[in-house]
Design a protein around this ligand. Structure first.
Ligand code: GUN
Length: 264
């Protein structure tokens, strides 16, 4: 089953669940960037909402919006009962402190699970883990390499895999090429979120039973591509597009339903 089919099945279930609710869940998406990846994500999130019967509103702010003005919008959404939850699409323009913004979102409305007090896990790591479990990928005691240490993917992904009893190594831009090759060669699971086209290629050796989860979205002349070259010699490699992006979008609406339950 492809990721697309897996996501579609789960979406059908969510759609039925939403149809049975008297009050439809509602979400606001705040976007303050013109980032190619974000535009694709936001468009996809709005399309999903429509298919699922969920009310979604895009609040698009000008790229020049100040941190103070963004915080005002967040304060308003925190207190607006019209929305069960909301997200602020990352990355934010230079001059806006992303960590401050994440802390400003009320944990009760934080569909992304970015707030330290949130009971939810960030959508990309959660979506990836759900998919790995669906595919019955062995995790316990296996070697996982997470390449990239961002706060929205690398760090929460590493924490989540550790919770699954994997041996987790986090590699990043300062890792030496020798160490990168060493850890990759020993990994059963490689999650890559480094933002570099074809970073994983045939100069590395891979375990043949390895799984590569490609979180990259890079704009090239050939369109959006991931961080890994296609068709590497491994057991499973998630495609871009049509891979992790779909899993993230699915996890967003699963989180929204959890928020609705949690908040009554
Ligand atoms: N940018 C890339 N992924 C995400 C995500 O899951 N949530 C938000 N808010 N921004 C993102």
């Amino acid at each position: 089953m492809t990721i697309k089919d897996y996501v579609q099945n789960r979406k059908d279930e969510i759609k039925n669940l939403v149809a049975s609710l008297t009050e439809k869940p509602s979400i606001a998406i705040v976007q303050v960037n013109e980032d190619a990846g974000s535009n694709a994500y936001v468009k996809g999130k709005l399309k999903d909402a429509e298919q699922l019967g969920i009310k979604a509103e895009l609040i698009k702010l000008d790229i020049t919006t100040s941190q103070a003005d963004l915080l005002k919008v967040i304060a308003r959404l925190n207190n607006d009962p019209a929305y069960d939850g909301f997200i602020v699409q990352m990355p934010l323009p230079k001059g806006i402190d992303e960590e401050l913004v994440k802390l400003a979102i009320s944990p009760e409305k934080d569909v992304d699970g970015f707030h330290p007090l949130s009971s939810l896990v960030a959508c990309t790591p959660q979506g990836i883990l759900n998919y790995l479990k669906h595919k019955n990928i062995p995790l316990e005691g296996k070697n996982a390499v997470v390449i990239g240490r961002s706060n929205i993917v690398g760090k929460p992904m590493a924490k989540l895999l550790l919770k699954e009893n994997m041996n987790v190594t986090v590699l990043h831009s300062r890792t030496s090429p020798e160490d990168m090759a060493f850890y990759i060669a020993h990994a059963e699971l490689i999650v890559i979120a480094i933002g570099k086209t074809a970073f994983l290629d045939n100069r590395f050796t891979y375990k043949k039973e390895a799984v590569i989860v490609d979180v990259g979205i890079n704009r090239t002349e050939e369109g959006l591509v991931g961080d890994a070259l296609k068709n590497l010699p491994v057991k499973l490699q998630t495609p871009v597009p049509g891979g992790v992006g779909l899993l993230t979008r699915l996890a967003l609406y699963e989180n929204l339903l959890k928020i609705k339950d949690i908040n009554g």
